[in-house]
Every structure is written in structure tokens, then in C-alpha cells.
Design a protein around this ligand. Sequence first.
Ligand code: CP
Ligand code: NVA
Length: 319
Amino acid sequence: MKDYEEKRDLLAIDDFNKELPDLIDWAIKIKNGEGIVEDFRPLEGMSIGSIYEKPSTRTRVSFEVGVNKLGGQPLTLLSNDIQLGKSESIADTAAVLSRFLDGITYRCFNHSDVKELAKHSTVPVINALSDLHHPCQAAADLMTITENKEKVNGHISWVGDGNNVLHDLILASVSMGHDFSYATPSGYEPDETIIKRARKIAENTGAKISSTNDPEEAVQGAGVIYTDISVSMGEEHMTEKKHAFDGFQINEELVSNADSDYLFMHCLPAHRGEEVTDGVIDSKNSVVFDQAENRMWAQMSLLTYMCNENAWHTFRELF
Ligand code: CP
Ligand code: NVA
């Protein structure tokens, strides 16, 4: 494994706020094939392990394929198959994995668990979704918005649960100067300390943040409308939660309040007919599958930056 002089972890997207525009720019370049050279293999000889305590389609496949494209070896470690959480602590798991791997991604229930893994790892750790944060999703989402910047206005509106996806989306959006409004049902607001962090970032960039319990108010003139499922992984027992989202569906009537060129965004998986209608998710305004693809390019940029920063800079200077 690589001996990092100073490793950095990505636990929440504001860990990389300063670099985010450049990371996105790099990701767009490699996606468009600009300057891709056959022998550009920044993760050659490196192994990246990904631990999953919850199911995943996009995150798992995008990390496996992305690491492979960068010349590295991806390993998927399903929590049922490893000792973590059964007969071995997070701290010991981190120490052991750091002897084999050059980077670790971790999808967990409690955010404190990915913090603990990062604390005891000597190699970079990437949060692949916790109950509080989903930074890789936010990086891909801001990449998707940047790709469409010529045709959409920069006002981003969230309608739905005050959850992990919203937390990193607002942190990333305001750091890149986008105004942000969100509508959540009463009692399902985002974490107050994370909103405070977003407000502090927005003070420096000039972005405006507003909140409401009225979806129609949140999407007035929006350039982007974003939603997610109402019941996240690990919340399946909260059967009463779904009913709180009556009136929060993204449908043709609601989106008529947005700009005509607005983008519809969703991290996926979507529950069609619940938080969004087929008419909206299948419309010309929907970029949900671009978002899914961009998970891979954005993570390739992040992994190269975190595991082989010299190669990241060299590539950037060349192209
Ligand atoms: N958006 C997202 O993280 O999808 P998966 O749960 O399929 O990884
Ligand atoms: N909020 C959802 C996002 C899934 C990608 C969850 O945590 O289950």
C-alpha cells in the first residue's frame, strides 16, 4: 500500500469545497475524452476497497468500473462477508485494511462509523453514503449542473426529505455560488448544524438560502428541481413517514412553476408514482441518468486527486 505523507478523507463534500470546481472540471475533461492517453493509469498498482453495509447499484458499479479505468484494482467488501461489526471493531478493521489497500470507500448507517474508520486508517477514506452525508452524489450532481450551465439558471430547489442527499447538495451548491431553496414537510427539516455550515459558506460566495414547507414556493423560477425518496435506507420501520410527503410529489403541475428549461434531478433509485411522476422523470428536462453516469467520472477525479495528487496535477496541466 502507498505510504501517504498526509492523507485526506472525504466524509462530507465541504471537506473539498475549495477544490470542487477544479475536480469537476477535470471530471468533465476525462468524460469528454479530452486528452485521455492510453498510458494514463494514475492508480496503477493500487487497490481500492469498498465496504457496503447497505445495498447499492450506482455507487458500487461506478467505483468498480472507475477504479479499473484508472488502472487500479477495485475490491468490493460486503459487510455480511467481512468481520466488521461482528467480531472486529471499526478501528482494527481500519488498521488492517490500511496494510493492504491504498484507499477505502465506506457506505454505512451511522456517520460516526465512517468518521471512526477514517480516524484509524492511514489511507484516504471516502464516505460512500451515511445517514448524514452523500458527498460523491453531490460531486456528480454539481458536475451535471455545470455541464448544463449554458442553458439553466443557477437556482437550485429541493422538494422532499431533509436527508443525506440534501445535506451535501446544499453544501456543494452554495460553495459554487448557486442560490438554494428547499421545501420539506414540517418535522422533516435538514440537520440544523449542516444548514449552519451551508449558511457560513454562502456568506463567502454570496449564495442565498431559503427554506419553506411549501413546495410551490420553493420551485418558483427554479433552474433545477431535485428530489429523493421519502424513506431512506435504514428508515423502513418509519411507516408513518411516507404520509408526511403528501403534496410533495414532483408532478407536471408543480414543475410548471419552474423555468421552462429547468433540470429535473434525482439521485436514484426513484420510486416512480411516489415522489415523482413518470411524466417528469421521463421528460426532456430530466437528467437523472446523466447524474448516474457522472458518479463514475466525478469519483475518478476525486480518487486520482486523493490517491495520486501529482498525477492529477500533471494531467490537468497537460490538457
Ligand atoms: N444514488 C446512489 O447512491 O445510488 P446507489 O444506492 O444505487 O448506489
Ligand atoms: N436518501 C437515500 C439516498 C439513496 C441513494 C438513502 O439514504 O437511502
